[in-house]
Design a protein around this ligand. Structure first.
Ligand code: ADP
Ligand code: ZN
Ligand code: ZN
Length: 727
């Protein structure tokens, strides 16, 4: 029997494909994009599989959509993401299925004068003929606008033979990057690394057709400013020489035009940038170009991982340790891990670049699964910044202030020398807590178990978890006292105020994700800072990473202890990475840099390792601790978050889950316990943690368990997070 039944996957939270009959005359294959009826509506989906059968009693496919089919590698990636994260397969498809909008301007219809005037002439037609004189080609819409007529008039003239139509092909999205445009003089270390990377790209290209071993994953482990970017550009160049495409993944905010310009300086043109601020029209064009193979290099945020490359020859994950790569809601996937899967499916090597590689990646190098190239020194003989601590117990700031006198003096000196200083505090807003001096009441969010953070610029109290915003009240809501509310602790806005008081002449800027005007404005500001248009930058982790500020010679860390006290086992690693990144912002230009770190516990292992530069020892100890605790990557971990509007119902379902957990040997189920944030957006949250040894197929176990437990009732939901980032 011929294959007349199409199994169609629809990008909704559905785990199964639906079966449809294929009407006579329609020739379908797996990967085709189709319209199918679902309930009362028509939906777009992808044929996942064709199977034999007459399909007699099934609803028929409505038709094929005229877009390129989804390639097998991308379909396999969707299958993998769903299987790995336990997300519904349709949700995973939603990440990858992108249809160009209804105005793709890749080909458009143009018109030009071609024949004699029409028999029936009208004033409108006359205006069109005048406007089209000279034989220029116009789009229909432009010509209609020029002549001030409706497009119907144009159509009439086409029918009459006065105008002819022709297909217009828009200019390419980007010109081809030229691998030979400006080859850098690499240092010996850099050259050795670049050769290794380029060889991996070439080998993978040569073997892509065969049954060769999977292409390698290579860690580029190099201190900040060592030239990692310069080196992976050489791998990109090799992919270009071989005619293959390359994808450079970056944390969203690192995709500044400074980066794109740097690419252009090496390759002659900018790469196609793919991130949330790219307009839909441009997205459509990039999408079509990526699909056709005409867009060679994409630099993108995490969603670029799912673009439909025709022949992907290289994937780079820049700043691979970045937590922003983990998608925390919807389909919970880690971009780095899924990039490795994509590389395998496409026979493309994957390069992971970082000055502070994650423990997972380091361990994978140790196990021989990843390779490693090292760039141990800053380029051009520049030294890493010297790092010293300021013991806040001995050198405290004056009353109500947060900068120690020592740090303040250094900032002053830096600015006087015409250099830039960064004051780093990983806290948005003005003050993290508003306290009533009269009764001790702490203002907290009505929807979440979290304090409201004062944002003075916006004159509001804001919840950082749900966005709840209220005006700063005149009187305490608990005791009614007027004027008794006091801000406690600093956020970046408060530091800016202090800087304004102490150094009123200095040009200062606060950079955090609250920046008015959103990501796009923020990118512009980051570039302005890089050009030296500010003396003092006061910023959160947003400025800590990946940026190159050549004039910055001083970094002051205001509260190195934030994050060290949380109960999260990853806290030390994360704090260490963040402090290394932020201190690494200093001295990337011609002048050497230094970092001053304010802390109340200079003897803490994280701070001590940072100051002494003994990163390897720190990592060795952290890794040993992870191994002893059986935590990833030595063991497997998953979190089930049970949430609901009704606390008791959520907790009850958590208990019911625990009761049928039936963990096999090597698996341990903990909880349910209140989640670290027990209430978010008016939903109460309970958490079960599942720990397993590596040999266990965690996904299979979880799937069977969730099936046993049955669907939760009412508003209760269960979300699965494989390898949660905080636990
Ligand atoms: P990383 O990515 O490791 O932080 P970058 O690639 O950003 O390092 O390099 C740091 C700085 O040094 C950049 O300004 C870069 O242009 C410069 N640089 C690195 N290698 C070279 C080289 N071989 N020739 C010229 N400049 C280089
Ligand atoms: Zn009060
Ligand atoms: Zn809230």
């Amino acid at each position: 029997m011929t294959a007349r039944i199409a199994e169609v996957l629809i990008p909704l939270a559905l785990d199964q494909t639906y079966s449809y009959a294929v009407p006579a005359g329609l020739d379908l294959a797996a990967g085709d994009v189709v319209a199918v009826p679902l309930g009362p509506r028509s939906r777009i989906g992808v044929v996942w599989e064709m199977r034999p059968g007459s399909g007699g009693n099934l609803k028929p496919v409505e038709g094929r959509i005229d877009v390129p089919p989804m390639r097998p590698a991308l379909r396999k990636l969707v299958d993998f993401v769903a299987r790995y994260t336990l997300a519904p397969k349709g949700s995973a498809l939603g990440l990858a299925l992108r249809l160009p909008g209804d105005a793709p301007d890749v080909t458009r219809v143009g018109v030009r004068l071609a024949g004699p005037p029409p028999e029936r002439m009208t004033p409108a037609r006359h205006r069109v003929i005048e406007a089209a004189a000279g034989g220029l080609v116009h789009t229909k819409r432009d010509l209609a606008k020029l002549a001030d007529v409706s497009t119907g008039v144009i159509d009439g003239l086409v029918d009459a033979g006065t105008l002819e139509t022709l297909a217009l092909t828009a200019a390419p999205v980007v010109e081809d990057p030229d691998p030979a445009f400006a080859r850098p003089d690499l240092s010996p270390d850099q050259r050795a690394a670049a050769q290794t990377l380029a060889a991996a790209v070439a080998t993978a290209a040569a073997e892509r057709a065969g049954t060769a071993p999977p292409p390698p994953v290579i860690l580029i482990d190099g201190v900040t400013g060592s030239g990692k970017t310069e080196v992976y550009f050489e791998a990109v160049a090799e992919a270009l020489r071989l005619g293959r495409q390359a994808l450079i993944l970056m944390p969203e905010i690192a995709l500044t035009s400074a980066f794109l310009e740097r690419f252009a300086a090496r390759f002659g043109v900018r790469p196609a940038a793919w991130h949330s601020a790219v307009g839909t029209r441009r997205r459509d064009r990039i999408l079509t170009g990526v699909e056709a193979g005409s867009v060679k290099v994409v630099a993108g945020a995490r969603s670029a991982l799912f673009l439909p490359f025709r022949d992907l020859g290289l994937v780079v994950v820049d700043e691979e340790h970045e937590q922003a790569y983990k998608q925390e809601d919807g389909v919970c996937y880690h971009t780095r891990d899924m990039a490795i899967v994509r590389g395998r499916l496409e026979a493309a090597p994957v390069l992971l670049a970082s000055a502070t590689p994650s423990i997972e990646t380091r361990v994978n190098v140790g196990w021989g699964r990843f390779r490693r190239v090292a760039l141990p020194e800053r380029f051009g003989g520049r030294s890493l910044p010297s790092i010293t601590t300021i013991d806040m117990r001995r050198d405290p700031p004056s009353q109500g202030r947060f900068l120690s006198p020592l740090l303040l003096r250094e900032v002053e000196r830096t600015v006087a020398a015409g250099e830039q200083a960064l004051l780093f505090l990983n806290r948005r807003g003005f003050a993290p807590l508003t306290l009533c001096r009269a009764c001790g009441h702490r203002t907290s969010c009505p929807n979440c178990s979290a304090w409201l953070v004062e944002h003075r610029f916006r004159r509001a109290l804001v919840c950082h978890h749900c966005g709840h915003t209220e005006r700063v009240p005149e009187a305490c809501v608990a005791c009614g006292s007027v004027g008794s509310l006091v801000p406690c602790g600093p956020g970046v806005e408060r530091i800016a105020e202090e800087v304004a008081q102490c150094l009123p002449e200095a040009r200062r800027i606060v950079l955090s994700s609250d920046f008015p005007g959103g990501t796009e404005r923020l990118r512009t500001e980051l570039e302005a800072v890089a050009k030296g248009e500010a003396d003092i930058v006061i910023g959160t982790q947003l400025v800590a990473k990946g940026h190159n500020f050549p004039g910055m010679t001083l970094v002051g860390v205001l509260d190195a202890d934030i994050g060290l006290t949380s109960g999260d086992p990853r806290a030390s690693e994360r704090t260490f990475q963040l402090l290394q990144q932020v201190t690494g912002r200093a001295g990337r230009g011609a002048k050497p840099g230094r970092a001053l770190v304010q802390t109340y516990q200079p003897e803490h292992p994280v701070i001590a390792a940072l100051v002494s530069g003994e990163a390897e020892r720190f990592y060795a100890e952290e890794t040993a601790a992870r191994e002893a605790a059986g935590l990833p990557p030595f063991g497997r971990l998953a979190a089930l978050i049970v949430s609901g509007e009704d606390r008791a119902a959520a907790e009850a379902h958590g208990r019911a889950l625990a009761q049928v957990s039936e963990p096999p040997p090597g698996v341990m189920v903990l909880g349910p316990a209140e989640a670290p944030l027990a209430l978010i957006r008016s939903r109460y949250r309970f958490r079960l943690l599942v720990k397993a040894v590596r040999e266990v197929n965690l996904q299979a176990y979880l799937r069977a368990w969730l099936a046993r437990a049955g669907k939760p009732r009412g508003s209760v939901r269960v979300a699965v997070d494989i390898d949660p980032m905080s636990f």
